[in-house]
Ligand binder design. Sequence first.
Ligand code: SF4
Length: 79
Amino acid sequence: MSLTVKINAEFCAGSGQCVAAAPRGFKLDANDLAIVLEPAGSLPRDALIRIAKACPTLAISLFDGDEEIDPFVGDEYSD
Ligand code: SF4
């Protein structure tokens, strides 16, 4: 099932990591804030989790239906 991806614009620092990692799913707007492009939700779940974890301000939220996913849960033994 595809995930819903949201950016909290209040926290986005415009670093562009999400855009570099998945240009089909993210872009920067005229104010250098990330916005989610429609195909983002169809990116592989593990890729989205990696991108959310790599966001320096944790501005990317992932939802599986109504439930928000914590990208760091279950991560104790991975990088
Ligand atoms: S990685 Fe995070 S801070 Fe950087 S542009 Fe994307 S949402 Fe914004």
